[in-house]
Write a protein that binds this ligand. Sequence first.
Ligand code: DHB
Ligand code: FE
Length: 287
Amino acid sequence: MARIIGGVATTHVPSIGKAIAENKQNDPYWKPFFQGFDYVHYWLAREKPDIAVVFYNDHGLNFFLDKLPTFAVGAAKEYRNEDEGWGIPVARAIEGDPDLSWHIINALVADEFDITMCQDMLVDHSVTIPMALMWPGNKRHPVRIVPVSINTVQHPLPSLKRCLNLGRSVGRAIESYPQDVRVMIVGTGGLSHQLDGKRAGFINKEFDKLCMDKLTGEPEALTRYSIHDWVEQAGAQGVEFLNWMAMRGALTGQVTEVHRNYHIPISNTAAATVVLENRTKAERKAA
Ligand code: DHB
Ligand code: FE
């Protein structure tokens, strides 16, 4: 049976891709952010996931305002990236896992999530930057992915509760997958940031801390915020935290935060990285 080993959540700011391309990981501006990945690399090398289910938000590369699904699940053999206009190199294509994709799609629809299924899907910086951070170098990524996109762009957005429940449904689907694979969950984006309007550059350190503090043990506590509350507290693009909520929901066992890095700012964003470990009760007892 498939096992959910844990989750990684991280910011996906495009300029990180430029820093990688220019080898700036040790520059004073970038170091506090990149060094937050040392633990992630250690954890991935130890845990050896086969597949990553990635909750992210498309920013106009695959979906645009004319047609924007609330939730969409990739079911492709491969996911390509294209030039999004950020001045960063186009990332290499990432291998998919159509079998697990269709298993998750079937389970989500049976669970009354009316998702869009995509057998052809481009992935933007919201997927490619976290992948490049987790597996640096130009080699082929050692995991296949199942991308799940959540609309954080065009209102009305799904609620925090709905995204937590989406994640829970995905988690149950993975647990019922008969293949012996090790699955990790990824959530990208956030934390607080606002890219436009009067509050451009807005960051809320106290709220970010509260979100990270609640995420592991009390994610339900965050569902009392409406999307409008969230925009007020975390900025217009801070709603990308919906991807973090879905990631957390997919961790179905006992969850422990084993790593956290928070650094302000990277570009306009409060940059954060967390690693959550997921253990079933039986695994806990055996340990
Ligand atoms: C920035 C942050 C984002 O989440 C994004 O998608 C694009 C840009 C930024 O801070 O520059
Ligand atoms: Fe973004």
